[in-house]
Design a protein around this ligand. Sequence first.
Ligand SMILES: Cc1ncc(COP(=O)(O)O)c(C=O)c1O
Length: 372
Amino acid sequence: MIIIPEVKDVFVYAHKHRNEIIWMSQNTNHLPTTDAIEKAVVEALREKEYNFYPYTHGIFGLREAILEDLGLPLQEFECLLTSGGTEALYITTRALLQHGDVVITSDPSYLIIHRFIELCGAKCTDFPIYRPPWKYDIDEVNEAVSKKTEMILLIDPLNPLGSAYTRDEVKAICEIARDHKLYVLHDITYRDFADSHTLATEFLPEASVVVYSVSKNCGLAGMRTGALVASRELMNKLRPYNTNDLSINVLGQRAALAALQTKKEWFPRVKEICRRNQAHIKEACDKIENVFLPVYPSQANMFVIDISKTGILPDAVQNELLYEHKIFVRSGTYVSKRFGQNFIRVSFSVPEEHAIQFKQKFPLVMEKLGRK
Ligand SMILES: Cc1ncc(COP(=O)(O)O)c(C=O)c1O
């Protein structure tokens, strides 16, 4: 018999105990959405739709549903289905960036995108934004543009902080991009959780690429389904880098279509629970000395909890919560090179009982670690 040694890795542990874990670590959505998703997937399974390659441009109606969700006209914009927003980010950076280019980025950020940028030989500016207003300072962005700048990465709302950009700020960023002939890569993965949201395509249709995902809003992270959306002309530059000549996973497509067709009916409830859960977590933070929430309320389904003044390290909090209480949060080191030691990231698209568990356990964990 082969004995597989026990690895002390948080993800190995969490996945092995998946059904017992309160999953607040990856901004995934564990709230009820709609039965229509399961029905569509089961029907596709029953019909063995997986025996076929899907139609190359995706199952009928999905691209249209995505454009409709974004309020973008079919005559002017095109949608390319991808394996999650992740692949859309990869395709976009590959297609638009060259060796030596500079991309305006922030720290903290969703660092996988920075890795894709660097794979192209381009550089990230990594503006420090771990200070109010916890997002780009528009003047700073403007001043930083040089001859080498090619793109502005706009993650809006921002993972991990939960900050978001106003309509005027999106407009200003697009104006900078137009003045300097830059692309705006608008990652809108968390758009639905925000109180209001403006697409960069409104001000810069010719040079905006929208990265779209159903992982978080629709609770379909495991289906690996997303898209990139751009003007028809810009899509001509992106399309050659598409790796999905044979389309993407058909079950993910069926699930996404069912979710989007019904989203207006069930998403408000998801958002409402997220807002209540944020309040539960804030209650816990307010009770602990030297702990604060930089952004509240978050415009996404996550935020960060600053613990820097407690002297406790985020990895210790992550491990204690996971191994002792089966609550999985993420150390800040995953989303920030410079500021990661200051915070943990917590997502709250979980059943309310889970947020209440966090509210009860987090102060105990901080007290225990503070004594060490
Ligand atoms: C900002 C951002 N973009 C993209 C993704 C990836 O999403 P997907 O599951 O659609 O690949 C994530 C996932 O956490 C994210 O935070």
